[in-house]
Design a protein. Structure first.
Length: 222
């Protein structure tokens, strides 16, 4: 029975159901977007933009991110079975999804993602996914920026009422009809790092900048 259930979860009909469920659920949010036009102007000016967010907060942005489909966005997702579900939803949202992570297929997916950024000039990266640790920026985003010349733009999601799961990332699920804000931070432009020290400094700078907007509350507070 359990094996059959797992099979159903990863079928196209179930992925379609999850996609429409997320859209319907997110439609209940009182949604606000802050500072979106700034990075979109960078795209219009011919720059390459890579949005950067935390695994904890990506759910709330899925419905809105469908609006970016015309930009031909890319997003690297792991080859795990859970990743297959997330990739299926992302594909329906109009996102291209190179598959791989540090544990499997990462080099090929990274190369594909960099090529995508060079071609279409737009994508996103979940900085601490797919397994954490929570709030730790993986080095891949710095390599992407270096090889593609991308400008990094942080994005954050907050909610006045939310549940926080007991998961590695304290996954945030805004409650129905809550006030949800998607905000974009100031762009971060790194010079191509020439040494390992410079590479690590850039990774740490991005991590320190974005950790201020990571929710570390205990589950009892929400």
């Amino acid at each position: 029975m359990f094996k059959r259930l797992k099979f159903i979860i990863y079928t196209k009909p179930f992925i379609a159901f999850i996609y429409f469920f997320i859209r319907a659920y997110s439609y209940t949010f009182r949604f606000k977007v802050v500072n979106e036009k700034t990075w979109q102007q960078l795209l219009k000016d011919g720059k390459t933009v890579l949005l950067c967010g935390w695994h904890q907060q990506f759910f709330s942005a899925i419905r809105h991110f469908k609006r970016y489909a015309d930009f031909n966005p890319g997003l690297m997702i792991s080859q795990s079975r859970d990743g297959a579900l997330i990739a299926g939803v992302a594909n329906r949202t109009g996102w291209h999804t190179p598959r791989g992570s540090s544990s499997k297929g990462g080099r090929e997916a990274m190369s594909e993602m960099i090529d995508h950024l060079k071609c279409y000039r737009f994508g996103a990266q979940i900085l601490d996914g797919p397994r954490g640790p929570m709030g730790e920026v993986k080095p891949g985003v710095i390599k992407m920026a270096k090889e593609s010349g991308a400008i990094l733009v942080p994005f954050y999601v907050s909610s006045d009422k939310a549940w926080f799961f007991n998961s590695w990332d304290r996954f945030m699920l805004p409650r129905p009809f809550s006030r949800v804000t998607l905000s974009f931070g100031d762009e971060i432009c790194f010079e191509p790092p020439q040494t390992r020290e410079q590479f690590d400094e850039q990774r740490q700078h991005l991590e320190q900048t974005m950790r201020a907007r990571l929710f570390l509350h205990s589950l009892s507070n929400h």
